[in-house]
Design a protein around this ligand. Structure first.
Ligand code: VGL
Ligand code: ZN
Length: 208
């Protein structure tokens, strides 16, 4: 079983959103070509889904500005602008994404006291979302990961898939992803590659 994981392709991470990733919306047509390719048995998406006042928001920490480091539950935490608040437009998947073909949407980041970059578990690695068990139960042996943002949620999701699903082969689709900073993206790609994740382009997949 081959699956595609679309990470956080939400308004909030696209231009005009509250935590815009440069050119974040450019992943949408590429993701759609993969969704429509017929190459996947299963398509899943993650959705950053924070309650108002989430502890990763700078606005929850008096005196803190977005993109400064702060603390959450005693651990270092990047202070983000308020983003992807539940039931707001910012949290919706991008309207042009072919969402009707998504089999499962995994929400994450609902616990105010811990952030969840990964689609599989909270950053403290305690609470699981259930996505790893779902993919394993479905018999997924190959997982292609893409979306927003490469240097945060995409990287952590790809690494956790490898760590949590026995025997799985994971690939990162570079042109179906964008990151917050160029240095962050370069480091994330090195880290993923170092763990045995293949770095591929959508054209390679479409040509398989
Ligand atoms: C993300 C920062 C905060 C992401 C989510 O989707 O990469 N980044 N929340
Ligand atoms: Zn978030």
């Amino acid at each position: 079983m081959k699956a595609l994981l679309l990470v956080d392709i939400q308004n909030g991470f696209c231009p005009g959103g509250n935590l815009p990733v440069p050119d974040g919306d450019k992943v949408v047509p590429v993701a759609n070509s993969l969704i429509d390719s017929g190459k996947y048995d299963l398509i899943v998406a993650s959705q950053d889904w924070h309650p108002p006042g989430h502890g990763s928001f700078a606005s929850s920490h008096p005196g803190k500005q977005p993109f400064e480091m702060g603390q959450l539950s005693g651990k270092p935490q990047m202070m983000w602008p308020d983003h992807c608040v539940q039931y707001t437009r910012d949290a919706e998947l991008h309207p042009k994404l072919h969402s009707a073909q998504i089999d499962l949407i995994q929400q994450k980041g609902e616990n105010k006291n811990v952030d969840s970059y990964s689609a599989f578990r909270d950053n403290d690695q305690h609470a699981l979302t259930g996505l790893a068990e779902f993919l394993e139960d479905q018999g997924v042996t190959e997982l292609d990961v893409c979306g927003l943002a490469t240097d945060y949620c995409v990287k952590f999701s790809a690494l956790d898939a490898l760590d949590m699903i026995p025997g799985i082969k994971v690939r990162f689709i570079e042109d179906a992803s964008r990151g917050i900073s160029p240095e962050g993206v370069a480091a994330a790609i090195d880290e993923m590659r170092g763990h045995g994740i293949d770095i591929v382009k959508s054209a390679d997949i479409l040509a398989e």
